[in-house]
Design a protein around this ligand. Sequence first.
Ligand SMILES: NC(=O)c1ccc[n+]([C@@H]2O[C@H](COP(=O)([O-])OP(=O)(O)OC[C@H]3O[C@@H](n4cnc5c(N)ncnc54)[C@H](OP(=O)(O)O)[C@@H]3O)[C@@H](O)[C@H]2O)c1
Length: 355
Amino acid sequence: MAFSLASRANHFLALGNYFHLHQPSSRHLATRATSYTLNTGAKIPALGFGTFQDSDSQEKTVSQALQKGMRLIDTARVYNVEREVGRGIKSSGIPRDDIFLGTKLWCNDYHPGDVERALDNSLQDLDTTYVNLLLMHYPCTFKRGSDRFPRDADGRMIHGDTTYLDTWRAMEKLTKSGKVKAIGVSNFSKGEIETLINKSSTVPAVHQMEVHPYLQQKRFNEWLKCKGIHVVQFSPLGNMNDFYRQTGWSKEISHMMRVVDQPILKEIGTKYRKSPVQVVLAWGINSGRSVIPKSVVDWQVEENMQADFELEPEDMAQIATLDSQARFNDPSLDYEWRLYSDLEGIDGTMRGKTH
Ligand SMILES: NC(=O)c1ccc[n+]([C@@H]2O[C@H](COP(=O)([O-])OP(=O)(O)OC[C@H]3O[C@@H](n4cnc5c(N)ncnc54)[C@H](OP(=O)(O)O)[C@@H]3O)[C@@H](O)[C@H]2O)c1
């Protein structure tokens, strides 16, 4: 239900919270635990936990994050951390049914004959009988087989014959097996999602994609919302991950100031007694999306968990001015597949620049 500004104000007044309304410079807002309803009817938390990289630390940090109250865990076959994530879930003592766990199929397992086996491998490593969400990691298909990055003698990626639509249809079947509660996609263009909607009987429950103040994709986000597709923002802190300075996927923009160093975020944070990292995460949540920051540092995880608070419209508007159409995660050149072809933040060709 929409919660209008007027009804919010009444709510606060009813609580006698006059201070919140009239002293914005000193506010210290309560941390919320927002969740959203997917088109399957299932709930997904707004605040989640990413597990890409640092496999040695993932068992401990996943366990601790769950114990601290985190309930959304994002992982992927290609991260090579599913075993650690599974152990972390077990050692946390949190009942499996209280956790929203998502993983992703990798591109060498997209052949319809491989999809269920690939899921079973993930379930085995995660030590669970089901995942709440299975995503197709990218729309591109690599050669079928055990090699996750199959390349020819010149180092060029070898593609598979399967299309993402074939894979999607195989994923649809898995929802009937009980091993997968919902299916979705990641790193798709608008046109690719339209193909799924028009040529299958399942609208993706989730699109996991790069969104942060430098890459806001306002129109695409609005379109996804009107189609009933929930957005999970990856790299919600923008170019915070050193990976983006090292891969060369975004070398022409890797010099940009880190999103969280933008002075306006510090200014807004002072108003709420929150850090710029927390403001950036809150911006995503206040936009109706989930965010999955990754951290293996205890105090950072704590900080991220306190990032679900209400931002006033004037602050949301200030953050909107940071949009730079800067996309850091663009492996089009490496994967030899023009990703995001109809979206913001690309400027190049398959065999040329990616930015
Ligand atoms: N679907 C996809 O293709 C895709 C692509 C990328 C990412 N993802 C998912 O999204 C998750 C997050 O993405 P990401 O790792 O690229 O970006 P991110 O979460 O925006 O940034 C991660 C970086 O920020 C640091 N950090 C986190 N919280 C911090 C805090 N409170 N203060 C200071 N630094 C902080 C981390 O530090 P430490 O390293 O020290 O912990 C890490 O270096 C991944 O783990 C993965 O689950 C999905």
